[in-house]
Design a protein around this ligand. Structure first.
Ligand code: SF4
Ligand code: SF4
Ligand code: SF4
Length: 317
């Protein structure tokens, strides 16, 4: 399972670096504390054993392709491969310059869900080789069904296999995790405007504007983000609700037709803000209105980049 993928990633990285096919391999290595993995660039064959593949590889490596001029191999599961496709569509990444080590994905884990099941325990390791994960620490060892502690987005993922891959790190898996893709978005549609605003305000009330959600997202690559622009100042810098709302609403609309529901933004948020309440609704709208799923086809034109005479325009009244 995870170990098989990890070994194949390392073997592939070693071969690519030894032959000089790529200048570096972009993957994950274990974090400095349990339940974490962090991005790493490996450029020497002797370092490939640093590469890992665990349920904690929850960042989105596509982000790190931006601005690179060298030839890079990148480790990519379904959602990340779709973001790579998006960056190719947007002219930000050259397909000829990258090698995609595709990973058929079993879903990533939510470290907070694991910790919540073991209150007060110090977790030292997680073994992911069985149907259940095995969590260990001083004086305890506990099995937990993997599905109980997956990230929310991974329970409803529709595209777990990489869309583009030059090498696969394992056999393909069932394409969908089987959940209800619109579980988060659908409830919004039954709310009236006041309830929607109330729910939105509650969702983002504890945001501290650390911008981790923006910084981890492969869609956010503007040289100067609108929130950092000082002249003109598009968005106030305070934690007042109007400024916080402006940031989140504008960022969400910038992601329309591009977001792959990779979940990286929710995973990194230190305040555990459920920002998929916003991104999932926009993702559903794009699917319903334009029949478009981001990152599925390098040659497709994303709906926000083209105009059709019969585009829906009911919102103009
Ligand atoms: S969203 Fe899908 S492809 Fe991405 S990590 Fe989760 S299960 Fe894997
Ligand atoms: S990561 Fe969370 S707290 Fe930080 S800006 Fe984003 S939503 Fe706000
Ligand atoms: S908005 Fe969040 S879920 Fe969507 S692509 Fe960016 S990091 Fe991933």
């Amino acid at each position: 399972m995870m170990r098989e993928r990890e070994l194949k990633i390392r073997e592939t990285a070693r071969e690519l670096l030894t032959k000089g096919t790529v200048d570096c391999v972009l993957g994950y290595e274990a974090g400095t504390i349990p339940l974490r993995a962090r991005p790493v660039f490996i450029s020497r064959p002797e370092d490939v054993d640093r590469l890992c593949w665990t349920g904690f590889c929850t960042g989105n490596l596509a982000k790190y392709l931006m601005g690179r001029k060298d030839k890079v191999a990148i480790v990519a599961q379904g959602c990340v491969s779709r973001n790579i496709v998006g960056l190719i569509q947007e002219g930000q990444v050259d397909r000829e310059r990258i090698v995609v080590i595709g990973v058929p994905c079993l879903g990533m884990l939510d470290y907070r869900k694991i910790q919540a099941r073991l209150p007060g325990k110090v977790i030292e390791s997680v073994d992911e080789e069985g149907e259940n994960i095995l969590v260990k620490g001083p004086g305890f060892s506990q099995e937990i069904p993997r599905n109980f502690v997956k990230r929310d987005n991974c329970t409803t993922c529709m595209h777990r296999n990489p869309v583009i891959a030059d090498i696969l790190a394992a056999d393909k898996v069932e394409e969908t995790a089987g959940g209800n893709l619109d579980k988060v978005a659908t409830p919004w549609e039954s709310f009236d405007a006041a309830k929607k605003w109330d729910m939105f305000s509650q969702t983002f009330a504890s945001c501290i504007r650390c911008y981790a959600c923006r910084d981890v997202c492969p869609l956010c690559y503007c040289k100067v983000c609108f929130v950092d622009e000082a002249s003109p100042q598009w968005c106030g810098k305070t934690l007042e609700s109007a400024d916080v709302a402006t940031f989140h609403l504008l960022r969400a609309f910038h992601c329309a037709g591009r977001c792959t529901d990779c979940g990286a933004c929710e995973s990194v948020c230190p305040m555990q803000i459920k920002m998929r309440r916003l991104t999932s609704k926009i993702e559903k709208d794009i699917r319903d209105l334009y029949g478009y799923e981001p990152g599925m086809d390098v040659d497709a034109k994303p709906p926000m980049t083209v105009f059709q005479p019969d585009d829906p325009e009911d919102f103009i009244s």
